[in-house]
Design a protein around this ligand. Structure first.
Ligand code: CMP
Length: 132
């Protein structure tokens, strides 16, 4: 099934110069980057993006991190795009992510884990509506 998904290179990924590497991995997987934008989030947008995590002890750390520098947001499209971007990203905690995945290869902590990719059809719709 052809789908759209929302992807964001987080400030640690941008600062490490990984945007082009991530674009290349997405394209090599046969997925299409329909739109892409480098930007700075504001607090309202960051809290909205991560609203499902509000109340968790890591929420403030997560929001502070995504506000700490520029991010690159992407609208990605293709067959099973949601699941395939999750596969390319790897497990949330880089220590548990397989080698060959973006987080496994480049992530340094569960907060500084390089990339965000929407995890369901519903979150995709909500997250895309914030940016595209
Ligand atoms: P992301 O894919 O951006 O979606 C939510 C983020 O919350 C996740 O990546 C992690 O960076 C962060 N996160 C999830 N679980 C934890 C946790 N247990 N401790 C700290 N951060 C977390």
């Amino acid at each position: 099934m052809r789908e759209r998904t929302f992807v964001m290179v987080k400030p640690d990924g941008v600062a490490k110069g990984l945007t082009d590497e991530i674009v290349a991995r997405v394209e090599r997987a046969g997925l299409k980057i329909v739109s892409m934008r480098r930007m700075k989030l504001d607090r309202g947008l960051a809290e909205e993006l991560y609203s499902v995590h509000r109340g968790n002890d890591f929420f403030e750390r997560l929001v502070e991190h995504v506000l700490s520098g520029e991010v690159v947001v992407m609208l990605v499209e293709g067959e099973r795009a949601i699941a395939r971007m999750r596969e390319l990203s790897g497990a949330t905690d880089p220590a548990k992510a397989a080698k060959g995945t973006i987080r496994g290869d480049f992530g340094s902590s569960i907060t500084e884990n390089i990339i965000h990719a929407a995890d369901s059809a519903e979150s995709t719709r909500q997250e895309l509506s914030l940016f595209f």
